[in-house]
Design a protein around this ligand. Structure first.
Ligand SMILES: [Zn+2]
Ligand SMILES: [Zn+2]
Length: 261
């Protein structure tokens, strides 16, 4: 059994079929994170309809629509029983054709802090999106005491030095299809060195399809190619990867649930 810890089902044109196809190859559970608060109801509706889907609510760092998001707004949506985490949230300083201004960086930081506050209040783990902003992301996690709830650096793309700090802060590494790309040596080194007990697998579908589907629309069923590559890099069986990462997911996202019940 495999779990896709980060899949934007709501962005897949035929998500019911995608879910069914995924289940057939052993991907038995999917976590669907939020990208903008305005879309949260769409994500929650899917999670409510399918017992093998859980949800997170949050606003992606580049979503300018949610610039002045409040703790109460996120908390209201996170009250839904399908919600197991807060995110995706974080910092994304990757310049898409234009400069990221100091003002925009500050706004992203502020929004990230609001999400962490919610996570701490609700005792739910964070789903962190961090791109070209490793040190700033780690700094905010430390300043806000986010290690109390922990979470996952989804689609981890930094090097081993950053990975070590992420692990020291008690966070998990979200391993995506990027590790199947031939030139992804830095990330492959992270997978070799990091403990399997601290990894989650994810497709980030419809984005980032793994080889041999690179460049095409991604699907949760392609998670098997990511599990296969982790197994190869670690020199262990695919079954061992599936079993351990499934256990990790349960440990991270259900520990607070267990306390509550
Ligand atoms: Zn992301
Ligand atoms: Zn995402």
């Amino acid at each position: 059994m495999l779990i896709d810890s980060h899949c934007h089902l709501d962005l897949l044109p035929e998500y019911a079929i995608s879910l069914w196809d995924a289940e057939k190859v052993g991907v038995k559970h999917v976590l669907c994170p939020g990208v903008a608060l305005a879309d949260a109801m769409r994500v929650l509706a899917i999670a409510q309809k399918y017992s093998n889907v859980s949800a997170a609510v949050g606003s992606h760092p580049t979503e300018e629509i949610d610039l002045f998001i409040t703790v109460e707004q996120i908390k209201n949506l996170a009250a839904n029983q399908c919600v197991v985490g807060i995110g995706e949230t974080g910092l994304d300083y990757y310049a898409r054709g234009g400069e990221i201004t100091a003002e925009h960086k500050e706004q992203q930081k502020q929004k990230f802090r609001v999400h962490i506050q919610v996570a701490l209040e609700l005792k739910k783990p964070l789903i962190i999106h961090s791109r070209d902003a490793a040190l700033e992301t780690l700094q905010i996690i430390e300043e806000e005491g986010a290690s109390q709830v922990g979470g996952v650096f989804h689609c981890f793309t930094y090097d081993w030095n950053v990975a070590k700090r992420v692990l020291d802060l008690g966070f998990y590494l979200g391993i995506s299809g990027i590790i199947t790309f031939k030139n992804a040596h830095i990330l492959q080194e992270v997978v070799v060195k990091a403990p399997l007990e601290k990894m989650l697998l994810e497709t980030d579908a419809p984005f980032l399809a793994p080889d041999p589907y690179r460049g095409k629309s991604n699907e949760p069923k392609y998670l098997i190619y990511i599990a296969r590559q982790v197994a190869k890099l670690k020199g262990i069986s695919e079954e061992a990867v599936a079993k351990q990462t499934t256990e990790n997911f349960g440990r991270l996202f259900q520990k607070f649930q267990a306390v509550k019940n």
